[in-house]
Write a protein of this length. Structure first.
Length: 448
């Protein structure tokens, strides 16, 4: 069992990744003014809070290590839930772990270069090492993983506060506004919100630890709400810091906005500091993603006889040890793929965003389905202003699905339209689903 502090550390750690060091410059270029930019970050927090309230009802009514998988399974059946679990395992979770491993490796290679390795191998070595070490740590048990998460999250928050302090006390103020920057874009609030919400992504992962939080349903709700408040406050503070030092034009033109702020505050040493900070942020997100990601595999193993080994749970350590080990192996394989494809691997992971938003939308709809289908189920927490709040959440997910489809459809990878990547992931999942149905057609476990 884990406490409120550890639960918040997991949520904050999953959400605050490398995005806050890149997205603010894009949001600034699309906002048009500092006030609009800051309002958009507040709106992102409010939208996330709306979603968190919906997840709070699901998580308290159906506490289960499977999280979204369990809600989708109850509402729409285990076939659709399997497709969700497959997508998470194939790309969404393991791909994110591998991608974050490369982010960690790239920045650690800048801060502490492994000069004894051939060129280009340093980041890959760091990525493999961090995945193995953190997997081993989490295999020791939930207490080890959650304890490390608390320390890493504190270090991450401390780094973000350092950026704000540097802007307030050490860096020179933003230069006067000159002529319109060539890099600035025409204001586009809708597109800016896409990047804002992407930077807030991950708070829903709290659902995977809903059955393991001490203190009952009230702690689950508190963990979600307080985490969103902390994240929103940090994003506002850091965005203000970027603007205070660089100005809107400087933010829009910057390829490494945090590094530019730290360079002005601390000189060349600031670049080393920001490299370490981004590395710590990636490390924090990797560890949190591992904790919640393996629990989807565990839920699939409980559902399907052929995947039964995944459903093994180490009661002494409080961890799905088989799913955790397989997740580690799959992430290492994807690191190898990433080393071979280079930036193409990053694109491959990003182009699966429509799949993520599709299942996110279906999870929101499951709230309506389960309220109607299982009216007698005890709901320690009910989302306020039902059905308006869940409808707002579903509408947001539908908008993000449409926006991500629009973006992906305009991109190519290896000469193919990038939209086919998500289709291929789901199509392969359908093939596996047919195989599983043939092998376990006589085994349909009861809902729990």
């Amino acid at each position: 069992m884990i406490g409120l502090r550890e639960a918040m550390a997991v949520i904050v750690g999953v959400v605050i990744g490398a995005g806050i060091f890149k997205s603010p410059s894009i949001v600034a270029s699309l906002s048009g003014s500092p006030g609009t930019m800051l309002v958009l970050w507040v709106l992102g927090g409010l939208v996330s809070l709306v979603g968190a309230l919906c997840y709070a009802e699901l998580a308290t009514a159906y506490p289960h290590a499977g999280g979204d998988y369990h809600y989708l399974r109850r509402a729409f059946g285990r076939s659709l839930a399997f497709l969700f679990g497959w997508a998470r395992f194939a790309v969404i979770t393991t791909g994110s772990i591998a991608l974050l491993g490369f982010v960690f490796g790239d920045y650690m290679q800048q801060a502490v270069p492994l000069s004894f390795l051939p060129a280009g191998w340093g980041a890959t070595a760091y990525a493999c090492a961090v995945i193995v070490v953190l997997s081993a740590l989490n295999l020791r048990g939930i207490r080890s993983g959650a304890g490390a998460q608390s320390l890493l999250t504190l270090a991450e928050i401390g780094g973000l506060l350092l950026i704000a302090a540097a802007a307030a006390f050490l860096a020179d103020p933003a230069p006067p506004v000159q002529s319109a920057s060539a890099t600035a874009q025409a204001p586009s609030i809708g597109l800016a919100m896409v990047f804002v919400l992407l930077t807030y992504g991950g708070w829903n992962e709290a659902a995977y630890i809903s059955a393991e939080i001490r203190g009952g349903p009230g702690r689950m709700v508190k963990a979600l709400v307080l985490s969103i408040i902390v994240i929103t406050s940090l994003y506002l503070l850091v965005s203000w810091a970027y603007w205070a030092v660089l100005g809107m034009e400087g933010m829009a033109a910057s390829d490494a906005v945090a590094a530019d702020v730290m360079l002005r505050a601390f000189g060349p040493a600031g670049e080393k500091l920001i490299s370490l900070l981004v590395a710590v942020s990636a490390l924090t997100s990797i560890n949190a993603t591992m904790i919640v990601g393996a629990r989807t595999g565990y839920a699939m193993g409980c559902d399907w006889r052929t995947l039964g080994r995944l459903g093994c749970w180490d009661g002494d350590r409080g961890t799905p040890h088989v799913a955790m080990a397989l997740q580690c192996a799959a992430a290492l394989v994807l690191v190898g793929v990433g080393a071979a494809l280079g930036s193409g691997f990053k694109a491959m992971v990003e182009f699966t965003a429509p799949v993520f938003w599709l299942f996110f939308l279906l999870t929101g709809l499951s709230l309506f389905v389960l309220r109607r289908r299982e009216p007698r189920t005890a709901r320690p927490y009910r989302v306020p202003l039902y059905p308006l709040v869940p409808l707002l959440f579903c509408a947001t997910c539908a908008y993000m699905l449409w926006s991500s489809l629009s973006y992906v459809s305009s991109q190519t990878l290896g000469g193919l339209n990038a939209a086919w990547i998500g289709v291929a992931v789901l199509a392969f999942g359908l093939v596996l689903l047919l195989v599983l149905h043939r092998r376990s057609e006589n085994h349909t476990p009861p809902l729990s």
